[in-house]
Design a protein around this ligand. Structure first.
Ligand SMILES: [Cu+2]
Length: 507
């Protein structure tokens, strides 16, 4: 890239203001992705500056809590508009990065500064992604790490503080529609895949029975040719070297657009946080992670001379038997074996009870304080593949629709109140629901109440009109999306908003 280009962009940036700390540059670009003998074009994020880090074959934003604000200038080097969402972080509404709802898209060759203070609730593992069209599926994503000690009194606190970071950014790439595998394998056009879903819904929608509790479905409608960890497949995985006895903080980011995974660790690990929020520590060697969730683990490399290779696999929760992963080795003589992209068995679907069963075992380290007055909303998940999905309606954003229209059916809350939302799933699939602007606590699944994890994405049970409920305190005024994070379902309009009554918003 022309070195003179960035200063030019800075001059044209929107709302650019000088501050003590230089801003970090993040450029949204088109790049080559080489997998085996094939070269594909995909979007990516490149960067430089004080908050840019590169390690383990991935790169993104790393900020130390207490020292710095989040301060990034996004540069759009694509020939189409883009807008970047800081997934899981909670800036003021106008910096949320949702096209037109909160933030105007960045036009080609233009830049935009996003700067906001980080709260302790913003510490942990997050990611950036485009919220514009199918750009996230096409590669516009990057990790965000906000470093901070675990809360006072947290077990293993000093060991976690000294642990070395290992980052696993999981992505799915090259989507195709399940019933028509041949058409999209080479084209990789999300719009074609979406059109298949539009056509399928068009055939069904006229006689759709919205009262029917659909039985749990048996698979996904969209599959992917490749699953990546830090932009690599297992044919040529990222290998990171550490020493026997090292404590590692494994930060797993499910930066995928449709795929859930079962993580398989080579030794027992301790889960310490989900979606950036600390949980009561829990020992395990497998963990399910849904689209757009994150999970942090403390893993100690065994002190043994016999074993030098420690792969962590992310097995795709579908019938395709695919996997991605990252390999940790010790010593210079470690022989990394060849790994296949697929396994003999499929791991099954996260939505088939295992995901919700796991969810009920998680406990927030700092749950919401009990409150008696609660403002409840009850939403039905209806329709199919994201169409007419929330209380029988679709709400779509540009560029799916040509112009932005405010949500005609928002969930209106009052500042300061405790809000709880129950989703009842009439649909056959499990949907990873993401809320912007606040983390929430999961408190109920399928009629069972529990004091669950703080999160920003929760996977609904599959079908049978089963429910999931989550709560938060409404203290961040704005117009905040609540949506299924599967890209095609969001595109189809599986989206609503939480809006604050009587609060004027900055823009
Ligand atoms: Cu969905």
């Amino acid at each position: 890239m022309d070195a003179a280009f960035v200063p030019l962009l800075l001059l044209s940036s929107v709302g650019y203001a000088s501050g003590a700390l230089a801003a970090t540059n993040v450029r949204v670009v088109l790049e080559d992705l080489v997998i085996g003998d094939e070269t594909y074009k995909r979007y990516a994020m490149k960067g430089d500056g004080p908050q840019w880090f590169e390690q383990d074959g991935t790169a993104g934003i790393k900020v130390r809590f207490g020292d710095d604000s989040f301060k990034v200038v996004y540069h759009n080097l694509l020939d189409v508009p883009t807008v970047i969402h800081q997934h899981g972080l909670t800036p003021s509404h106008n910096l949320d990065g949702v096209p037109y709802m909160s933030t105007p898209p960045i036009q080609p060759s233009r830049s935009s500064l996003v700067e906001f203070p980080l709260t302790y609730e913003n510490t942990g593992t997050y990611f950036l992604h485009s919220h514009y069209g199918f750009q996230h599926e096409l590669g516009v994503g990057a990790p965000v790490i906000v470093e901070a000690p675990m809360p006072l009194g947290y077990p293993l606190r000093s060991r976690i503080r000294r642990a070395k970071d290992v980052v696993m950014m999981l992505e799915d790439f090259g989507g195709y529609f399940a019933d028509n595998e041949t058409t999209n394998l080479d084209g990789f056009s999300p719009n074609e895949v979406y059109q298949e879903l539009v056509d399928a819904w068009g055939d069904d929608s006229g006689e759709w029975d919205y009262e029917e509790c659909m039985a749990p479905g048996d698979g996904m409608d969209v599959h992917f040719r490749y699953h990546l960890c830090n932009s690599k497949t297992l044919l040529d995985p990222v290998v990171v070297k550490h020493r026997p006895g090292d404590d590692l903080r494994i930060r797993v980011i499910s930066g995928t657009t449709m795929s859930n995974y079962k993580l398989e660790f080579p030794v027992n690990v301790t889960l310490i946080a989900v979606d950036g929020q600390p949980v009561k520590p829990k020992r395990m060697d497998t963990f399910w992670i849904a689209v757009a969730q994150r999970a942090d683990f403390l893993m100690t490399i065994p002190r043994t001379k016999n074993k030098k290779v420690f792969p962590i696999f992310a097995r795709v929760a579908s019938d395709k038997k695919q996997r991605s992963g990252l390999v940790i080795t010790t010593g210079s003589k470690a022989n990394v074996p060849e790994y296949s992209l697929t396994t003999d068995d499929a791991v099954g679907d996260m939505g088939d009870g295992v995901g919700t069963k796991q969810e009920m075992t998680l406990e927030a380290w700092k749950p919401l304080s009990p409150r008696r007055d609660v403002h409840w909303f009850h939403l039905n998940i209806t329709g199919d593949n994201g169409f007419n999905a929330i209380n029988r309606v679709s709400y779509q954003l540009p560029p799916t629709v040509p112009t932005y229209t405010p949500n005609p059916n928002p969930l209106v809350v009052k500042y300061g109140e405790r809000v709880c939302i129950q989703l009842r799933n009439f649909n056959a699939d499990a949907h990873p629901f993401h809320m912007h602007g606040k983390s929430f606590q999961v408190v109920e699944i399928d009629g069972q109440e529990f004091n669950g994890a703080m999160r920003d994405v929760v996977l609904t049970p599959k079908g049978d009109c089963k429910t999931v409920s989550f709560c938060f305190d409404a203290t961040n005024p704005g117009v905040w999306p609540l949506h299924c994070h599967m890209a095609y379902h969001l595109y189809a309009g599986m989206l609503t908003t939480i809006e604050y009554e009587g609060v004027a918003l900055s823009s």
